[in-house]
Design a protein around this ligand. Structure first.
Ligand code: FEO
Length: 170
């Protein structure tokens, strides 16, 4: 049976992951509105990643005999100044999420909950990838600068992203 404190913290993380999904969906809508379909596609794949994250936490609470309690999801921003601003926001957001995951690990350790600590290690590794993939686009956008040719090519590249669900492990 999962401890109350850990269960509450993971329930909060479900909300944070759902917010991330909502944020990236809002970014996808922004890119659709400025006709950058490839960027919109990248963000849509990111939405699916976040839903997987939320569901992993959801399943974990249930598996440990806890009760999932869903709460209101904040409204995300809807407007940015540029594609670069969107990806810089994304990178910062992922850094914040890494901080949340690290906080959960700290809690699991202080509560001597080894199962939860073990479960969270998947997210520790995942956050390295999440930060890195957002930062990679930031760097490419900086190289592309204001040149529309560069932006067009990057849009083509990001249009290739296909969401691949993680292999079935718990
Ligand atoms: Fe759920 Fe993007 O971390």
């Amino acid at each position: 049976m999962i401890k109350e404190k850990i269960k509450d913290a993971i329930n909060k993380q479900i909300n944070a992951e759902m917010y991330s999904a909502y944020l990236y969906l809002s970014m996808s809508a922004y890119f659709e509105s400025i006709n950058l379909k490839g960027f919109a596609n990248w963000m849509k794949a990111q939405v699916q990643e976040e839903m997987v994250h939320a569901m992993k936490f959801y399943d974990y609470i249930n598996e440990r005999g806890g009760r999932v309690l869903l709460t209101a999801i904040d409204a995300p921003p809807t407007q940015w100044d540029s594609s670069l601003a969107v990806f810089e926001y994304t990178y910062k957001h992922e850094q914040r999420v890494t901080g949340l995951i690290n906080g959960l690990v700290d809690l699991a350790i202080s509560e001597k909950d080894h199962a939860t600590n073990n479960f969270l290690q998947w997210f520790v590794a995942e956050q390295v990838e999440e930060e890195s993939s957002a930062d990679a686009v930031v760097q490419k956008l900086k190289i592309a600068g204001d040149r529309s040719g560069g932006l067009f090519m990057l849009d083509q590249e990001l249009g290739q992203r296909v969401f691949t669900p993680p292999v079935a492990e718990k």
